[in-house]
Design a protein around this ligand. Structure first.
Ligand SMILES: [Zn+2]
Length: 320
């Protein structure tokens, strides 16, 4: 990390589904999160519809776009004292709220405890959550700093890309990846690898931005989940199914998440550009204060999710 822009190299790649190289340009944009230099184009494969960032930074130089303060690494740190400060009233309300509200951001099929692998486990918050429920957990994390934080919690975590991760000792019952597949240079190769590491009846659960939502068309280059150039693929339920199929997986269920983070932060980008820098930035820095707001906005998010319009989805897949 800490590379200069001069060291970032770009590569031109074809559709990973092996289609004829015929693409249409969807849009052009740049890094809005850290305002790092470089302009990037999203193209759509004319044969299958899969959208990708092309050309894109090479695997060995994309670290430039993951600075040390990269939000997702920080946002998943386990806060040890989390449950200590609950007042009695909150303790009473919490189970009730949990039974009514389901954001579907990390929803899992009904499963009994077993072995779980999380790809892109960041600082280990979800590993911690699942271990607490009796799962044997392992992780893979690209950021060394985040991987170190997860290891310190006592979990086995491979620091580095999925491509270099060693074969596990035993296959997994569940493999999850929260907002990570779109960051991978070779999603098909990686999903094939995960298939090899999964038990025959295992589940694969992934969340990704949903580029089929109207908000993608509306916000265009200011759509928060474009996240250029870190997001190399921009999936829809249809292209997600194709990518899974090409990797030996079968899409079982698509769940539209009941959160509006993507839309709120996209609005922030628009406001920032229109001169409302302070308010815009507040909306963009959503993870810091989104907790309560997501409860308030839940009814609207729920309604939009019915129509597949929240901009993020969680998919369940099984071995084909
Ligand atoms: Zn294609």
């Amino acid at each position: 990390m800490g590379r200069s822009i001069i060291e970032v190299r770009l590569e031109d790649i074809s559709c990973p589904l092996g289609c004829k190289k015929e693409d249409e340009v969807v849009l052009t944009g740049h890094d809005l999160l850290h305002d790092l230099s470089g302009e990037f184009t999203i193209v759509k494969c004319i044969s299958c519809g899969l959208m990708r960032t092309n050309p894109r930074p090479t695997p060995d130089t994309i670290g430039y776009y993951y600075p040390e303060d990269y939000g997702p690494y920080l946002g998943t740190q386990v806060r040890q004292a989390k449950h200590k400060g609950l007042t009695n009233i909150k303790k009473l309300i919490k189970p009730f709220v949990k039974s009514v509200i389901n954001f579907k951001t990390t929803s899992l099929p009904p499963l009994k405890q077993g072995r779980m692998l999380e790809i892109g486990c960041a600082s280990g918050a979800f590993l911690h959550h699942m271990a607490f429920q009796g799962w044997q957990v392992e992780g893979i994390e690209f950021s060394e700093k985040a991987a170190h934080a997860a290891t310190k919690l006592g979990y086995r975590v491979h620091a580095g890309p999925l491509e270099t991760a060693p074969q596990p000792d035993e296959p997994f019952d569940l493999i999850v990846g929260w907002m990570v597949l779109e960051h991978l240079h070779d999603p098909v190769g990686c999903l094939k690898k995960l298939r090899e590491w999964a038990k025959q009846d295992a589940w694969l659960v992934l969340s990704v931005p949903n580029a089929a939502s109207q908000s993608f068309r509306f916000f265009k280059s200011r759509w928060y989940d474009l996240h250029l150039p870190n997001h190399l693929y921009h999936f829809t339920p249809h292209t997600m199914e194709l990518v899974l199929e090409a990797s030996g997986w079968e899409l079982v269920k698509v769940q539209h998440q009941r959160v509006l983070n993507n839309m709120i932060a996209s609005t922030g980008y628009v406001l920032r550009d229109k001169g409302y820098a302070k308010l815009g930035q507040k909306l963009i820095n959503l993870p810091v204060w989104a907790g309560r707001l997501s409860y308030i906005l839940y009814p609207l998010a729920w309604l939009l999710s019915v129509f597949g319009q929240t901009g993020r989805m969680t998919i369940w897949a099984r071995i084909k």
